[in-house]
Design a protein around this ligand. Structure first.
Ligand SMILES: Cc1ncc(C[n+]2csc(CCOP(=O)(O)OP(=O)(O)O)c2C)c(N)n1
Length: 391
């Protein structure tokens, strides 16, 4: 996977955007079409509407909004040097949030970089979630992972390794184990469009198809793998169509339409849980911000392209629907925003009161029973000089 030559920016940008308006009819070819529910005027397509309750829709809106605010705040915190790195998912929130809402408590999630927020939807508290970014003593991972690589046993969310493919074979393997055990657990694995060029993607799809495991594999096609556009990633008409070769039913869904993603994921999860095997979903979306705080996307894509996708903002589209249904107005929205901002501010203040993880924790969690040589090293470390404050 190579970074695009900045000099070829013009032609890359022209090739980048998949014409979602020209999609084939969904009923005929779900892997070539585009499953949509929300219309531009805020109404829904009754043929595809999953019938989410008012309460669930408002919950989805609140979660997307919290994530949008949290990402913006954490980028500022990173710019102030208070954390080292952050990976936002601005513009892509509908897919992780809808997935979190569609899962049951015992299901397992194998995320890539932009799906950490599923943990929040499934009840992981905000303070330890943020503590992972700081790597401090409130972090359940004890500061051992790169920032924005959250995981939590309490919500069955596995750590992302930073390598962009293995989460799919891991999800398929865990689903296979669930099938052998005969329990109801479904696993969900995520990958980006760039990750589909990795062997792991194909290994996972092949195994999932052959063993018909209860796994939902989701590709968030956000059009860019750092500076490589989707058009340079694959010559396939869509990413979803790749599932055909492996005998895995596949659906291309509007990833900026939370109702459509909720429908696609719920149906895939139900099929997996009832013994119907795997599903592959391509969620068509766009990374509005930088790849991470280490990236400058103005080097490789145009403002016009970004503006096209800002107009398809998943938060604004859901808001239009809620207003259309009389469930939201400016006053409710403003109050919600104030409440969420206060929640985020309080969590950041609290998380920053925690110091670094204790050095006595350094050898924890490597073995169930600590072997003698690690016990000796731990004792020696604790006998040695303490690090100066702040280190
Ligand atoms: C195996 C591997 N190759 C390269 C990288 C460097 N890398 C980190 S993120 C990234 C792009 C990932 O793009 P995509 O899979 O589309 O996901 P996105 O970041 O867009 O969500 C690359 C190439 C890596 N982490 N792992």
């Amino acid at each position: 996977m190579h970074q695009a030559d900045p000099g070829s920016r013009g032609s890359d940008a022209a090739e980048t955007t998949i014409a979602i308006e020209a999609a084939a009819p969904v009923a005929a070819a779900p892997d070539l079409g585009l499953l949509r529910v929300l219309r531009d005027d805020g109404s829904v397509d009754p043929a595809t509407d999953p019938g989410m309750s008012a309460e669930l829709l408002l919950r989805a809106y609140r979660e997307i909004k919290r994530l949008r605010l949290l990402d913006a705040r954490m980028i500022l915190v990173q710019r102030q040097g208070r954390v080292g790195f952050y990976g936002a998912c601005t513009g892509q929130e509908a897919t992780p949030i809808a997935t979190g809402l569609a899962l049951e408590k015992d299901d397992w999630v194998f995320p890539a970089l932009r799906e950490s927020s599923i943990m929040l939807v499934r009840g992981f508290p905000l303070v330890p979630y943020l503590a992972q970014i700081y790597g401090n003593s409130a972090d359940v991972l004890k500061g051992r992972q790169m920032p924005s690589h959250m995981s939590g046993r309490a919500v069955n969310q596995v750590s992302w390794s930073s390598v962009i493919g293995p989460q799919l074979p891991h999800a398929v393997g865990a689903a296979w184990a669930a099938k052998i055990r005969g329990d109801r657990t479904v696993t969900v694995g995520f990958i980006g469009d760039g990750g589909t060029s990795e062997p792991d993607f194909h290994n996972a799809m092949n195994l999932a198809g052959v063993y018909r495991v209860p796994c939902v594999m989701i590709c968030q096609n956000n059009h860019w793998a750092i500076s490589v556009p989707t058009a340079r990633q694959t010559a396939s008409e869509t990413i979803a169509v790749k599932g055909r070769a492996y005998g895995v039913p596949s659906v291309r869904v509007d990833g900026n339409d939370v109702l459509a993603v909720y429908k696609a994921v719920s149906e895939a999860v139900a099929r997996a849980r009832s013994g119907g095997g795997p599903t592959f979903l391509e969620a068509l979306t766009y990374r509005i911000g930088a790849h991470s705080t280490s990236d400058d996307p103005t080097r490789y894509r145009s403002d016009e392209e970004v503006a096209t996708w800002v107009a398809r903002d998943p938060l604004a589209r859901l808001r239009r629907h809620l207003v259309h249904r009389g469930l939201l107005d400016d006053a409710i929205d403003a109050a919600m925003e104030q409440e969420l901002s206060a929640e985020i501010s309080a969590a950041i203040t609290e998380v920053e009161t925690h110091g670094p993880p204790g050095r006595e924790t350094l050898f924890d969690d490597v073995y169930a029973d600590q072997p003698w040589h690690l016990a000796e090293q731990r004792a020696e470390l604790l006998r040695g000089p303490k690090a100066p404050a702040g280190h």
